[in-house]
Design a protein around this ligand. Sequence first.
Ligand code: I6G
Length: 678
Amino acid sequence: MTDKIPSEQRQRVEELHQILQRANYQYYVLDNPELPDAEYDRRLRELQELEKEHPQLISPDSPTQRVGAEPLKAFAEVHHEVPMLSLDNAFNDEELQEFDRRVRDRLNTSEPVEYACEPKLDGIAISILYRNGLLERAATRGDGTTGEDITQNVRTIGSVPLRLLDNGVPEVLEVRGEIYMPKAGFAELNRKAAEAGEKTFVNPRNAAAGSLRQLDSRITAQRPLELCVYGVGQVAGATLPDRHTEILQQLNRWGFRINSEMAAASDIDACIAYHHKLGDKRGELAYDIDGIVFKVNDTALQRRLGFVARAPRWAMAYKFPAQEEMTVLKDVEFQVGRTGAVTPVARLEPVFVGGVTVSNATLHNRDEIERLGVKIGDTVVIRRAGDVIPQVVSVVASKRPEDARAIVFPDHCPVCDSPVESTPGEAVARCSGGLICSAQRKQAIKHFASRKAMDIDGLGDKLVEQLVDEGLLHSVSGLFHLKLDELVELERMGQKSAQNLLDALERSKDTTLPKFLYALGIREVGEATARNLARHFGDLEPLMQADEDALQEVEDVGPVVAHFVAEFFQQTHAQEEIEALRQAGVHWQPEEQGGSDQPLAGQTWVLTGKLETLSRSEGKDYLQRLGAKVAGSVSANTDSVVAGPGAGSKLNKARELDIPVLDEEEFLEMLRERGIEI
Ligand code: I6G
């Protein structure tokens, strides 16, 4: 049968396997794709055609064979020859130091011990077995001894090699790792689910777990899952290096993605420094992590240390504060924002989560309350990840008390009593009071005064609230009519602070058109849109006259934004406010029409290490204002890297790839040269 296939076709199939496998490796493991997507698709189609013509040429490791045809009835059981252990946890520096002391006591040494450091991904532990380089079986951890066979599902994950690369692969190789869903993929998956009216996932880990538990691998194939390996189980027919970090490098050469943050630390103090550094950038990583795993790097020492109960004595997971905790929802209040949006805010029994004590969390909108099915009195799960506002992610139904009360969304504004209106197709309900509503007025004034808008030094949120509540301030233009004798009457306001505020108000009158436009707080007009509008129209008058069609000619302005802008300038109230501001002395220079203030457009920059003068987010902000994209990792597509003290692997990679590196001084100079005031 097989000998009827022309040898060129047989050879071409083999060639296509290699091309596609290489492309997968470059894409998923090296993060450096070389084959354009369209080209990949063409080669895959060519392979599918050849396999259709000659089904004998289909092999299990063919890149066409990732998705199984038939759903399973159930998952089979798998026995782990080498048990899948768990890890002991440390929750503070002292507990980690204690671990190091135990290690050195057992090894009978006073010398420092070297550790391998790896982020602990918040995913699902997995074992994948390769025989003679071919993927044979993938299984969950289960109870550590018996797991479930999820081979069909794991095969669909692009970063899981179906065949190992390189020569000298072991006869048997079992890799252990974590299957996880990156944050961006999770957000997109939930966005699509919400759009389709389907149930959304609570967090990336649940989404990964749910995706792997599908009996139909065609569903798993559509989920943005990734594999990151962190160790080995059974190995036969090869000798692995004798340091953990080098074993992982070898796995990387065989085609597995390993964590790019992996590092070796020469002693426990270096481990603590690593933990703190990663903790600081936890929010910037593309995936959720819940701690750092430290392992004695020398495998001979690992063997001497052995295991206790179900955990190795040579490893420790130093956990970060949990990002999810349970607490009780005591009440719900409704806050009114600058654009009138009415947001339900959960008042909670204070709970320590994500490193801070949280007493409020957003419930977003009416739909979200319905989706969660939450009531006052419920026990809820709160999530606080990075700098994101704490959210209620789910309700613990089993803990609902008998007297739980339904949350009633108000039909009148809780601040000004104007009707609350909902626009069909929009989840947000809004107070229709406009600037009659003191809540909207306060927010509008806070926004007007903020740093990126009119930058009025000393006019903080509390003071704005005080001024509005005392009846001294009714509009943004009113700011410029505040009197010294009124201000000194305010609580906690001395003569000097009052004078400083008046001086700051005076200084703020000399502004720029983009800042002024941004300060007006027009819906959907952020800094970038304000800049584009200013550049396009040159000055305020032509912009105020522009209709929606003319507005849509502006870069990045679509029908929605054009509508909001035109509607804003048509309001008599807005026209009067603008006139009052100009009468008070607010002024700017016309913009150079069509001029580009985005000299870095099309470029990708990376910030790494600690900056002294600027925060990382300010640096990012300035770069974005100049049109650059700011990425989290260095690749061949990076144009420049800004490296401060403590820069590590990204700086090394930039040097390897010959990418220009700027220190902070050079970076600031570059920004100033391009007109950024620092
Ligand atoms: O569950 C785990 C996550 C990450 C691990 C682990 C790991 O290393 C980065 N390492 C071991 C040895 C074990 N579990 C048992």
